[in-house]
Design a binder for this molecule. Structure first.
Ligand SMILES: *Cc1c(COP(=O)(O)O)cnc(C)c1O
Length: 392
């Protein structure tokens, strides 16, 4: 038998071993983790909606009306009114023709990419795309060409030299860097070279654009420009699941062909009902986004003044670049001793030598929360690698 235990030991020796902490109670900045209170800066609950009382109330009501389980797949007898209403609501929210509700973002990407490209086709994928996109590409059996992160010139060269059906796929907001893809340029490139553009806006929906409609809306891009939009609902939306939206013919095609849509049990209808309520809040409550943006600006000013190396991000994802795994773990540990939870992100989630602390900010954070984080970072500066320290 393969030496599984030995491989785990190797991981430990390389600082790559992962452990799960156990959270009690609702997801919010003030967490209880393995029984101890911690102030968290690592969830993707960007708007603080994951434990919003209005959403739990709607979910509870929907549950007492419709029961709990999804019970069957959508094509058998699992497609509930609540799912249908959510799809119409998502189409309106994204200002696109139609939408399809998936059980997770991982499944949405796997299903969409493998349905829309296949053997003999070519997929062009940003080098920093999310794991679920990478796996969708593999599942599709298409030829995959990865282009350097955000490099539209390199992509254009590749598109020019490739025939046949072409699909370009990118994160809208990159999950580990926090930067936004050059969506306008990508849209016009794809039009020029007859490639189908798929944007995964897992971290943009709810946060960016007017009324939180996402990064496409921020750039004024419509369904004409970007035919396929994937969004997830477990992050800023605060519930669970994912969606794809775009032209009706594509959604119809996905219902026929996306295996991760077809061969899985429908989500509990109550999740769909709560998601509709969340979209109402997102549209209505601009104050959440305004507060979040002020926190982001303040964090960037203060942390970079301390000598921390930040990335070119204006989104709630604010990585502190550290380089080696041990420095990332040491800084994360030092913060935890001060009651602050910021996880170290290591390879293979990020490229080798690019370990970092991924700070995520949320509208649920108070100014006092942020100041506690900044104080912790200030006191932990001595842990920076020598090269970074010189820059202080
Ligand atoms: C989180 C994430 C996903 C997966 O979504 P889930 O609903 O959590 O499965 C997909 N794409 C990106 C860019 C993500 O960050």
């Amino acid at each position: 038998m393969r030496d599984f235990a030995g491989e785990l030991e190797e991981r430990k020796a390389a600082g790559l071993y992962r452990v799960r902490r156990q959270i009690s109670g609702p997801q919010q900045p003030a967490l209880v983790s393995d029984g101890a209170p911690l102030l968290s800066f690592c969830s993707n609950d960007y708007l603080g909606l994951a434990s919003h009382p209005e959403l739990t109330r709607v979910a509870a009501e929907a549950m007492s009306e419709n029961g709990l389980g999804g019970a069957a797949s959508h094509l058998i007898c699992g497609h509930h009114d609540a799912h249908h209403q959510l799809e119409e609501r998502l189409a309106r929210f994204t200002q696109r023709s139609s939408a399809l509700f998936f059980s997770t973002g991982y499944m949405a990407n796997m299903g969409v990419i493998s349905a829309l490209a296949g053997r003999g086709d070519t997929i062009f994928s940003d080098r920093l795309n999310h794991a679920s996109i990478i796996d969708g590409c593999i599942l599709s059996r298409a030829r995959v060409r990865r282009y350097p992160h955000g490099d539209t010139d390199a992509l254009e060269t590749m598109l020019k030299s490739t025939g046949g059906h072409k699909l370009v796929v990118t994160d809208g907001v990159f999950s580990m860097d926090g930067d936004v893809a050059p969506l306008r340029q990508l849209a016009s490139l794809c039009k020029r070279h007859d490639a189908l553009l798929v944007v995964d806006d897992a971290h943009g929906i709810g946060v960016l654009g007017p009324e939180g409609r996402g990064s496409l809306a921020e750039f004024g891009l419509t369904e004409e420009d970007v035919p396929v939009l994937v969004g997830t609902l477990g992050k800023a939306v605060g519930t669970s699941g994912a969606f794809v939206s775009g032209p009706g013919v594509l959604m119809d095609y996905l219902v026929q062909k996306a295996r991760t849509y077809i061969y899985t049990t429908a989500m509990p209808p109550a999740i769909a009902a709560a998601t509709c309520a969340s979209l109402d809040l997102i549209e209505r409550e601009q104050a959440r986004r305004d507060h979040l943006q002020s926190l982001i600006r303040h964090f960037r000013q203060q942390a970079s003044a301390m000598g921390y190396q930040l990335m070119a991000s204006d989104t709630p994802i604010q990585p502190i670049m550290l380089g080696d795994n041990w420095t990332a773990l040491a800084l994360s540990g030092a913060l935890e001793e001060r009651g602050l939870l910021v996880t170290a992100i290591r390879p293979p989630t990020v490229p080798d030598g690019e370990a970092r602390l991924r700070v995520t900010l949320s509208a649920a954070h108070t100014w006092d929360d942020l100041n506690q984080l900044l104080a912790g970072l200030d006191e932990s500066r001595s842990l920076l690698a020598p090269a970074a320290e010189q820059a202080v």
